[in-house]
Design a protein around this ligand. Structure first.
Ligand code: SAH
Length: 395
């Protein structure tokens, strides 16, 4: 049983729905009361995590949300950290069943940005005070690709130095499974965070989502190798996958803890027309997937406390306010879209991807408003590293 003996002051006076100024206080539901007691006692065992994911009781949900938000404020502060997302190529050698840019999707035009354009995009981010970028692409392992990423990292580091950011922007890579040598090379070139999602920590579900040549064991080995090299390591899962139970999601959260990751990027599974899962299974409705994703953010925040958690774009694909809700449930990272608009449509991992037509400037203004609307501040000109990472390295 995982228990955490933290004294949780804020549980004494949670904000209750229907108990604002001028409104008569009304008692919380029995479920909410019990959840408040469990969380105040630091009880975050399997049963509690399962209950967090299962609840549909509005009062109980608010207790959970509020506790997650307070845990975030206590362990990571109130700033939202921005990572300009550069989707620099949709060429991919893999064939993940769920993904819109999978190799076998012949309906998508393929592109790769030139080095100059990648660097200019990163410089725009630096000028905006974003502090960090994510380089994301489909997966390739050939020498030319490894070289392009190496060159991009070096050029971005050299080209984004400012008085506020003397070492240039922080770089997170999200380019899939690579050899330890490649990971080490990119680390030496200057990347210091790496995001590689497990997609599901349940081996049988992982196998159902990928062709046989992609293995669960190799993905776990990559995560371990990234950690050994010294990266801040992130992982995550898709939520609301066909065949995925609440118990599986509890296992995912416990898996994050066991692996000791620094960052989490997870979001709802969203179907793509040209990437239908084998057997064309039924999919949970939008609202259920959205709620489940928010509850996963809260559960992860409550258990792991000091990791960075992204409010992913996929949340916004399901609801206009999805990312803000993610922040309210304990997320503290947002990845503003900065991919040049002319190629953005070609990087469609799932249907209904938002922000397809807004330019980076519009995305910046829009996001800032969204962040302020939930009472949070934007971190400017800082890498915004994970507090968990900083702690595990402070010996
Ligand atoms: N090739 C890189 C990054 C590209 S995809 C890699 O594999 O790491 C980035 C993430 O998008 C994936 O990890 C996956 O979780 C998510 N994604 C892909 N297709 C999706 C879908 N249909 N619904 C929701 N998320 C999806």
């Amino acid at each position: 049983m995982t228990t955490q003996a933290v004294k949780i002051e804020w549980m004494k006076a949670p904000v209750r729905p229907g108990s604002g100024p001028g409104q008569p206080a009304r008692p919380r539901s029995a479920a909410a009361q019990e959840m408040a007691e469990r969380l105040a006692g630091g009880i975050l065992d399997r049963a509690t995590l399962h209950r967090i994911l299962a609840t549909t009781d509005a009062d109980e949900l608010e207790v959970i949300r509020h506790a997650a938000e307070q845990t975030l404020l206590q362990h990571c502060g109130d700033t939202v950290r921005l990572r300009g997302l550069i989707e620099f190529s949709n060429r991919c050698v893999l064939d993940c069943h769920y993904c819109g840019i999978r190799r076998s999707n012949k309906a998508v035009d393929r592109y790769a940005l030139e080095l100059d354009e990648i660097v200019e995009t990163a410089q725009w981010c630096a000028q905006k005070g974003y502090g960090s970028i994510v380089l994301q692409s489909g997966e390739r392992r050939d020498a030319k690709f490894v070289q392009l990423v190496t060159d991009a990292i070096q050029a971005i580091k050299a080209g984004t130095r400012t008085p506020e950011l003397p070492d240039g922007v922080g770089i997170t890579l999200c380019v899939g499974e690579q050899s330890p040598e490649t990971y080490a090379r990119w680390y030496e070139a200057g990347a210091h965070r790496y995001l590689l999602r497990m997609e599901s920590s349940l081996p049988s579900l992982f196998a159902a989502l990928h062709p046989p040549e992609q293995s669960y064991a190799s993905r776990v080995a990559c995560l371990r190798s990234l950690k050994d090299i010294g990266y801040q390591v992130g992982t995550g899962v898709m939520i609301g996958l066909p065949g995925q139970s609440l118990d599986d999601l509890v296992d995912d959260v416990l898996f994050f803890q066991e692996l000791g990751v620094d960052m989490i990027g997870m979001g709802p599974y969203i179907p793509h027309e040209q990437a239908v899962l084998p057997g064309n299974p039924a999919i949970l409705d939008v609202d259920t997937r959205l709620q489940l994703s928010l509850k996963m953010i809260a559960a992860t925040r409550l258990l792991l406390r000091d990791v960075n958690i992204a409010a992913t774009t996929a949340l916004q694909a399901l609801s206009e306010t999805g990312r803000e809700q993610g922040l309210r449930y304990g997320a503290n990272v947002i990845m503003p879209q900065v991919t040049p608009p002319r190629v953005r449509r070609m990087y469609t991992l799932y249907d209904g991807k938002p922000c397809l037509d807004d330019n980076a400037e519009q995305c910046a203004t829009c996001l800032e408003g969204r962040i302020h609307s939930v009472g949070r501040r934007v971190l400017r000109n800082g890498w915004g590293d994970s507090a968990h990472y900083l702690k595990r390295n402070a010996v």
